[in-house]
Write a protein that binds this ligand. Structure first.
Ligand code: PRP
Length: 185
């Protein structure tokens, strides 16, 4: 490790600190609670593994409704920093989504290829509705026409890490979103 603290490594530039993330998540949670207040019994938040796990954990605690949580495992990047465009379903939901209001929770919409595949797939399963909440979006790269119903932040086309997002499976545990200045080390 280059410096004494992994979290405050000189090679990482902070983009959104923990406080900024939490403040935005409280706003997103309040908007979701307001919009689904009459449908809460049928509401399921589906987190997309693995990147969602930190964001989802904070988001559900900001939504004051009796919601359900499930997960789908998808992988498109492998250990590369570029999307391969090939999406693999590695884990499916544990309970049918037929007749339920689905809110997909993602860490980032980059090219939109992953969501393009997943939202199509979910819509064939008879849900009452399917919406998308993503912490981050790269609007310059999202050319798939994916509409994000609840968005945390729009970001430039930089490879971001932390708060669930990885580089070769590292950095998911950073309490903030950052950018690696160099991937050499
Ligand atoms: C990341 C991210 C999204 C996807 C976005 O997942 O969590 O699911 O890439 O990219 P796209 O919009 O270009 O399709 P990744 O495949 O890195 O897996 P992970 O969540 O396990 O890190």
């Amino acid at each position: 490790m280059a410096s004494e603290s992994f979290f405050t490594d000189d090679n990482i530039e902070v983009m959104f600190d923990a406080e900024t993330l939490q403040a935005r998540i409280v706003e997103l949670g309040a908007a979701i609670a307001r919009d689904y207040q009459d449908d809460a019994d049928d509401l399921v938040l589906i987190g997309i593994l693995k990147g969602c796990f930190v964001f989802l954990a904070d988001l559900v605690r900001a939504v004051d409704l009796p919601l359900a949580v499930d997960f789908i495992g998808l992988s498109s990047y492998g250990d590369s920093t570029e999307s391969s465009g090939v999406v693999r379903l590695t884990t499916d939901v544990s309970k049918s989504i037929e007749g339920r209001h689905v809110l997909v929770v993602e860490d980032i919409v980059d090219t939109g290829l992953t969501m393009n595949y997943l939202l199509e797939n979910l819509r064939t399963r008879g849900p009452k509705s399917v919406k998308l909440c993503s912490l981050l979006e790269k609007p310059d790269k999202n050319t798939s026409g994916i509409k994000i119903d609840y968005l945390g932040f729009s970001i430039p086309d930089k490879f971001v890490i932390g708060y669930g997002l990885d580089y070769a499976e590292r950095y998911r545990n950073l309490p903030y979103v950052g950018v690696l200045k160099s991937t050499d080390g």
